[in-house]
Design a protein around this ligand. Structure first.
Ligand SMILES: NC(=O)c1ccc[n+]([C@@H]2O[C@H](COP(=O)([O-])OP(=O)(O)OC[C@H]3O[C@@H](n4cnc5c(N)ncnc54)[C@H](O)[C@@H]3O)[C@@H](O)[C@H]2O)c1
Length: 370
């Protein structure tokens, strides 16, 4: 399989980008923040089959035209340069290729898609249409994680010995998630792409690759818990891996159905802890507000340094990711964070975890898949 990058012949726009939102559901509330008060963009269209959601979102962009489908938008004659694709995962491939075929640049939500042939078809569409394809990763724009990367890269912790990620999905707390949003997630889970490992977990794998580079071996033990009859959540799950640079990571995914977790968004308790030969650095939370202490702490030589003034509102990572994309389109300031190549590697690592678990936790090279 040739997962070469989409084209690089892109020339930034010499005017604000004309953008459309495709999919106006739960995550739109955060994705739209990159577009607010932004001179790099002019929102010209919103698209969703739901009358209710179009009416609700029209308030944000009174001048934008509203459409029920991508086909309707494409045939309207309205000029569009780029789209923010916020569709349920099962519709990613169809929706993205349709947008690329309309010669629109695409900023796609994660997970890119569910398997490698599908990823290839998306990459082929980007190449054939000579359009930019970004698979957005807002976690790379979360300030405590950016600071963590800065500390790791600075060498202050000494040579990195290893790291672990923790993720606890709690059943109580956080914002309201509409029933049909959950329905899409459960259908996805029934196809073997679980909510925790594949969907939310996509971010954890992205941050691992962002911090330490490509992964050469993955081992996993994917579990399952019935939360209500007919609905299974993919925990307890443990995934471990080794990067090409020799650093190893471990990630535990746990379900705490009855635990209340304070959160403005999803009730997910997350941690990243990197240990070097001299000390460690830990990001204490992200989406939820589990540990109410500074979001980043560094321990070195018997002293702890805590960062009290980072922008640790998870929503800010969406704002900054969106602004980055629009600045790229308007001014060419890159890199994309992430492009299609990196996203395909994330997909490979997730698929390698499933492959490993299926065969009893054997080591799987993500590049050997396909
Ligand atoms: N980055 C993150 O942390 C994060 C968090 C949550 C969700 N997501 C991702 O965002 C995407 C959307 O998730 P969500 O939670 O907003 O889902 P959602 O179900 O709440 O919203 C999807 C919207 O798409 C609309 N839609 C369905 N078919 C359509 C079509 N053919 N054309 C246009 N619109 C259509 C639906 O009516 C709905 O309003 C998913 O890919 C999900 O994985 C990312």
């Amino acid at each position: 399989m040739n997962e070469s990058a989409p084209p690089t012949s892109f020339t930034p726009f010499d005017r604000p980008v004309r953008a459309a939102f495709v999919g106006l559901g739960r995550i739109y509330d955060l994705n739209m923040r990159g577009y607010v008060d932004n001179d790099d963009v002019h929102v010209v269209a919103i698209v969703d089959p739901s009358d209710e959601r179009r009416a609700q979102r029209q308030v944000d962009w009174p001048e934008a035209r509203a459409f029920r489908s991508v086909e309707e938008l494409a045939s309207s004659g309205l000029g569009v340069d780029a789209v923010e694709v916020l569709l349920p995962i099962a519709l990613h491939e169809e929706g993205v290729t349709q947008c690329l075929d309309n010669h629109w640049h695409v900023n796609l939500q994660k997970p890119m898609t569910i398997d490698l042939p599908s990823a290839q078809r998306i990459l082929d569409a980007a190449r054939a249409n000579d359009r930019q394809l970004r698979v957005m990763e807002n976690y790379l724009f979360y300030e405590p994680l950016r600071k963590l990367k800065e500390v790791v890269d600075s060498g202050a912790l000494g040579t990195i010995s290893g790291y672990h990620l923790k993720m606890v999905a709690s059943g109580r707390g956080g914002w309201e998630v509409p029933g049909d949003t959950y329905q899409h997630q459960f259908e996805q889970a029934q196809l073997g792409r679980g909510t925790l490992l594949f969907d939310d977990g996509w971010h954890k794998l992205s941050t691992a690759i962002w911090l330490f580079g490509p992964i050469r071996e993955v081992r996993a033990w994917v579990g399952s818990t019935a939360v209500v009859p007919g609905v299974e959540i993919d925990a307890p799950t443990t995934v471990l891996w080794e990067h090409v640079n020799g650093v190893r990571g471990v990630w535990d995914i746990t379900l705490a159905v009855d635990m209340y977790l304070r959160s403005d968004y999803y009730s997910n308790d997350e941690r990243w802890e990197v240990t070097g030969r001299r000390g460690f650095a830990r990001v204490n939370r992200c989406t939820g507000r589990g540990l109410q202490q500074p979001s980043l702490e560094i321990y070195l030589d018997g002293e702890t340094r805590a960062f009290h003034a980072l922008d640790d509102d998870w929503a800010s990572s969406f704002r900054d990711s969106g602004r980055h994309w629009l600045r790229w389109l308007h001014h060419g300031e890159g890199p994309l964070w992430w492009g299609a190549e990196e996203a395909t590697h994330v997909l490979r690592v997730a698929l390698a975890a499933y492959e490993s678990s299926t065969y009893g936790g054997i080591g799987v090279d993500p590049q050997s898949l396909g």
